[in-house]
Ligand binder design. Structure first.
Ligand code: ADP
Length: 520
């Protein structure tokens, strides 16, 4: 392939102002092999470091980021159109918190663990060891371009892997910023490499045979990646979309729930896989609640300055998806409670924050991810009914249940087919790095965050250790004369109350049989 034909430059735009804010060089496809070679050679050194040595680099990264918080927030805001407060609170803070959590827990979480050895393997010891996988490919999206790239990268690094990061081409400025952050942390050459570019670059790196793929993005791309990975048996974690239900019972703190609904639906302009995308409200309080939501929305200010609440959309193509869903819903009888019909939208990337009523369960706006500032409100009567409505989409990422009745809240939470559920709040499970994060159904495969999130990036290796002093084992050859003895041994062993003296007798007889033959 001609290198020059693939060496494109990616323009960087500010979605909020529409202005070009820079350009970035795309990684040529011809460099894929070099990236993997470099990653594999760095892996020899990086995986051999002690965890505490590896964490030293991650602490430096965290400290550097904390010092440069404002510049990073501005870069994120410029490139995504999200308000500065959200860049800080919802992208930078969870990243720093994630690194801190990993620095605190990685040594314990990845330490060799002793497990009990069953009596039938008498005299041996059993361990689990966590062995890094190799070169991990992290492919990340544009909606939380820092957090959704950095947390998997840092988890993979702590576990001893080297990483190739392919950030989203929609937010290349943040991709460049992360590359600079890793360099500033002094990570040795080849430990983290950033490949810039679009889906062709992502596809080429997926084909380039990583040892693990950690992907965050759309269901459509997730399925393509899973297919490519399956052909080479490359393990994956897929963090995909959501259509998260929010369920408000009549006995909830309605004022809090209305404020929570507005925040959970419109934060990051609704471009959140865990945003409230379907709001189910018990019929008895439906009208009152709708008014509370509308009143709350009146206070919101759109813009990107320090005091703005709702920013712009990030990706122009997403606006088309939101438009299509809204057009279909309005055409089929949905009512606009707040917002404007799409033919009255202004030019540009700021969409009106929208509330819909009178929606039907089979509309796209209820079944498909909207990823925009649109909140459909649906009345329900009974608990069972709302559980089945909430579960009736292909997604299962997050959900929220609002009620003062803790027992009911926990019961409903248990019935929801969802990777996470929040009670009397929304979205925040992602902010506790001690909890596993991931989806059910089409929302994804696998988990990260927490101890499981580090071990994901490792092969679990089982080790059984014998002191090697005995010359033989009872289950080794010869089998001559052993069958009846094994029968007696297992019968005594698997009794409700084990007959230990009998068991020991049988064991010794079997051992004797093994050595008898040896002497012949
Ligand atoms: P979104 O539409 O939310 O951007 P995508 O799933 O299209 O979600 O993109 C998420 C990430 O996946 C981006 O970094 C993108 O460049 C990358 N990507 C898109 N298509 C492919 C592909 N076929 N193979 C590998 N990576 C891809």
């Amino acid at each position: 392939m001609n290198v020059h034909s693939t060496q494109k430059r990616l323009p960087m735009f500010s979605p909020a102002t529409g202005k070009q804010i820079g350009e970035i060089e795309e990684t040529p496809l011809s460099e894929v092999t070099t990236f993997y070679e470099k990653g594999r050679s760095a892996f020899q050194m990086w995986s051999a470091l002690s965890i505490s040595n590896r964490l030293h680099y991650l602490r430096t990264l965290k400290e550097y980021m904390a010092l440069h918080m404002e510049e990073i927030a501005k870069t994120i805001s410029d490139n995504t159109g999200k308000v500065l407060t959200e860049a800080l609170v919802a992208d930078i803070m969870p990243t720093l918190d994630g690194i801190e959590h990993i620095c605190k827990h990685a040594e314990k979480g990845l330490k060799r663990k002793t497990v009990k050895t069953p009596l039938l393997l008498m005299g041996k010891k059993s361990f689990i060891e966590y062995m890094p996988r190799g070169v991990v490919l992290v492919i990340s999206p544009w909606n939380y371009p820092l957090q959704l790239a950095m947390v998997p990268v840092v988890s993979a690094l702590a576990a001893g892997n080297t990483v190739i990061l392919k950030p989203s081409e929609i937010t290349p400025l943040v991709g460049k910023c992360m590359e600079e952050l890793f360099a500033a942390a002094g990570l040795p050459d080849g430990v983290v490499q950033v490949a810039h570019g679009g889906k062709e670059v992502g596809a080429a790196f997926t084909e380039g045979t990583p040892d693990y793929i950690f992907f965050t993005g759309s269901v459509r791309t997730g399925k393509i990646i899973q297919e490519v990975a399956a052909k080479k048996l490359i393990p994956t974690t897929l963090e995909l979309g959501g259509k998260d239900p929010m369920i408000v019972f009549e006995d909830a703190n309605l004022k809090r729930a209305a404020k929570g609904a507005v925040w959970a639906a419109f934060t990051n302009s609704g471009q959140v896989c865990m945003s409230a995308e379907r709001l189910y409200v018990q019929k008895t309080v439906y009208h009152e609640f709708l008014q509370l939501v509308k009143k709350e929305m009146e206070t919101l200010k759109q813009g990107i300055d320090e005091n703005a609440d709702v920013g712009s959309m990030t990706f122009p193509a997403q606006i088309q998806i939101v438009r299509e869903q809204l057009v279909e819903a309005l055409h089929r009888g949905a009512k606009l409670e707040a917002g404007l019909p799409p033919d009255q939208w202004k030019e540009g990337m700021f969409l009106p924050i929208t509330v819909l009523s009178n929606v039907q369960h089979n509309m796209k706006v209820i079944q498909e991810e909207t990823f925009g500032p649109v909140l459909p409100i649906i009345p329900f009567e009974k608990e069972d009914e709302v559980i089945s409505l909430a579960n009736d989409t292909v997604y299962g990422l997050n959900a929220s249940v609002w009620t003062k009745d803790v027992k009911k809240a926990r019961h409903v939470a248990s019935k929801l087919v969802s990777g996470a559920v929040v009670i009397n709040d929304a979205i925040v499970t992602v902010a506790n790095h001690g909890l596993p994060f991931g989806g059910a159904k089409n929302s994804g495969i696998g988990r990260y965050h927490g101890a499981a999130g580090l071990r994901n990036f490792c092969h679990e290796k089982s080790i059984i250790e014998d002191n090697g002093r005995k010359n033989t084992e009872i289950q080794w050859y010869p089998y001559y004369g052993k069958y009846p003895l094994f029968l007696k041994l297992f019968k005594s062993y698997f009794k409700p109350r084990k007959d230990m003296i009998y068991f020991a007798k049988m064991y010794l007889q079997l051992l004797k049989k093994s050595t008898e033959k040896e002497r012949k």
